[in-house]
Design a protein around this ligand. Sequence first.
Ligand code: ADP
Length: 272
Amino acid sequence: AGPDPDLPLVAERLRNVRHRLLILSGKGGVGKSTFTSQLAFALASDEDTEVGVVDIDICGPSLPLIMGCADEEMHRSSNGWSPVYVRDNLSLVSIGFMLPSDEAAVIWRGPKKNGMIKQFLKDVDWAGSADGGRIDYLLVDTPPGTSDEHLSIVQLLKGTITGAVIVTTPQEVALQDVRKEIDFCRKAGVPILGVVENMSGFVCPSCHGESRIFYPTSGGARALCDELGLPLLGSIPLDPRIGRACDAGSSFLDTCADSPAAQAYADIIVQL
Ligand code: ADP
């Protein structure tokens, strides 16, 4: 097959998008979407920064819920679809806004998922970019692993991805899959900004002290990063308040600034 004739349309639509970050994980449930949402809230806390989030987890969209806008819908205008605005400067596109109910399953093969992802980039009026608006950060939340969705996004954003952040937990089973993610990025020519270790310890709800529950049995993400020559961007402990903030669709960093997890998030975000 020849080059995709829609690629110039995607490039045109995204011409005013500066940084394009992929958020990846080898396994599900490691906290990738949580990280994406909190990163988005944190970047958008500067009101001069325009942030867009694309949820390309077509079969398991969770961002509408954890960003507190599950009941919204995407609307069409003469410039294409409008994203859902979570804040004035924070917008989200997700298939979750198009499903008839929260329980509705999306049972699609690769080509149909690819078509949807292409529409998310080509047909969405990102921050009015058609009229000279801009996006400073476009965060792409991906499904776990390396599947159709990953191939699509890499092809559609060909050569323009600023970098990938890989989220993992400290256990060896998760780290094994991180190696595959790293291999994918290297083969696909996607720069890796670094690895985030999530759930690396536990913050006690009563004393707010942190226990490293998975250590010292494994070297965790630090050893993996050292071995592969990648930056470890930081380690975020488990804090039950993160789950609560996400279920309520709110920014954990705003509501629990005193948590060691919030500090870890903040330290990571300044590196991106
Ligand atoms: P993924 O996107 O990798 O599948 P999620 O972001 O949906 O994972 O996170 C899975 C669950 O773990 C969610 O309920 C989320 O609230 C919770 N979670 C993620 N990170 C933390 C953390 N550091 N502390 C406490 N709960 C967390």
